[in-house]
Design a protein around this ligand. Sequence first.
Ligand code: SIN
Length: 508
Amino acid sequence: MTDHNETDVLVVGSGIAGLAAALAAAREGANVTVATKATRPEGASSWWAQGGIAIARDEPEEFKQDIIDASAGTADPEAVDVLVEDANDAVRDVLLETLDVEFDTGTGAADFDFTREAAHSSDRILHVDASTGKHIHVPFLNYLDDHDDVEIRDDTAALELIRHEGKVHGAILESGGEFEPWYAGATVLATGGIGDLYPRTTNPADSTGDGIAMAALAGADVTDMEYVQFHPTVCVANESPFLVSEAVRGEGGLLRNGDGERFMPDYHEDAELAPRDVVARAVKREREETGEVLLDVSPLDFAGHFPDLVEKCEDHGVDWTEGIPVAPAEHFLCGGVTVDDRGRSSLDRLYAVGECSRTGVHGANRLASTSLLEGLVWGLRAGADAAGNDVEVIEAPELLERDPELPANFAREKFVRLRRVMDEYVGLERDPEDLQRAMSVLRRLKGEVDAYVRTRTSRSLYELRSAAVVALLVARQAAENDESVGCHHLVGDAATDGGDAAEPTADD
Ligand code: SIN
C-alpha cells in the first residue's frame, strides 16, 4: 500500500453542514479531518448567506406548513418534521451556546429581531443584518480550528471516493498538486451547490457539485436534480452580480417593471412574498417585456435595516435610492445525493449533508432561510452517526501517478459551453425538446472530459468532470419529469407530452 492517511471521519467541504458534522463527530469522540477546497472564509456558500436562519419558535406546525406550501406540496413531511423539531435546539446548542453568534436583537436586549422572507407566514428568521452567513461561518471555523480532534485541511480537494462493493472507505485528496488516499471509517460529503454550471449565480466560484458527482460515479442514488432554485433578486447593475436578500421584500421592498409598475400582485396573491420560483419567473418575464426590473426599497428604512447591503450597493456603484436593478440567478439545488434522516446515502459509510444532499425537506422548491438550518440539523445528525466506524484500508483507485498537464484553456472552454447549454436549455423555464438537445451536447462534452480523465489528473479537470456529470444529471432528471412543479417549469408545445428519456446514470 502506498503512503496513506487515516481518519475516523472524513468531511469533504467546510460550510455550515460540514462543520456541524465535524463538530458532532468530534463530540462523539471521533478524530475528524475536514478537507476543503474553499478559500477561507469566503469560499464556502454558507459565508454568503444573507437572510438568516429560520427556527420553529413556538409555532412548529405553522413552520412545517410553510415549508410544505413553498414546495407546492412536494416536500417529504417526515423530513420536514425532523428539520422543524430539531431547529430550536440545534440553533440554541450550536449557534448560541457554542459559537456565541450575536443575532440582531429588537428593542429588548433579550428579544431577537426575528424577520420574515417570502412564503413565511410569520417572523421567525434569526439574522445578523443581511450577512448572517459570515457571522456564523467565521466563529464556526475558529471554534473547530481550536478543537483537538478536528483538523481542517484548506486548499484540499476530494477527487474520487475510495469504494469497494457498495461501501465507501474515504477519498483521494489533492493538495498542492499531490494526491493521497485518505481512508476513513465514514465519509461525509458537504460540498455545497452547483452555481458554476450557470453563467449567473449567487454561489462562490468553484461550486462544481463535486460531492454529487463523486457519489453518483460511485453508484449512490441522486435525486430531484431538476429542482434548481433561482433567486429572483440578484443585483445586475454591472458585471459582478450580488444577492439582494429576500428579507428586503420581507420588510416591504416592492418589485417594479421598466414602466415603473408594481407587477407581483398580478402574478400571485402574496405578491412580492410569493414562493421564490413564482417571483423569479415573473421577474424574468417583466424584464423581457419591459426591459428591466427594479427593487424599490423606498417603502422601508433600507439604510437602517440593511447597512451591509447599502455598503455593497455603494461598492458596486448602485444608487439604491433609484431602485436596485435585479434579475434571477442560480441560487440553490434542492436535490442531490439521496439521504435519510441521519444523512446516510444509499452507499454504506457515505453520508451527504447540506446543499449537496437531498433530504426531502425542500421538495421542488425551498423555503427561504431553511438552507443554513438544514445544513446544521443534518450535519449534526450525520456527524453523530458517522462516528464510531472502523477504518478499513483497501486498494485505492489508480489515479495517483498521472500526467497533471491539460491543454491550455481546455477547462475554460468546456465550462463556457456547459454554462451556455445550462442557461439556454436547463434554466428557469425548460422546453422538453431543448432538454433533449441539452443532453446530447452534455453527453458529448462529458465524453471529451472523460477521455482526458483516463490519462490525466488535475483539480481543474476533476472539477470539470464533476460539472459535466452533474449537468447531465440535472438535464436528464428534468427531461424525465413531465410535471411542471416548483423550480421545474416546463414550457413549449411538447411540455405536456411527458418525458420518455431513459433512466439517468452518472456514466452516461
Ligand atoms: C436571501 O437572503 O434572500 C437568501 C435566503 C435563502 O436563500 O434562504
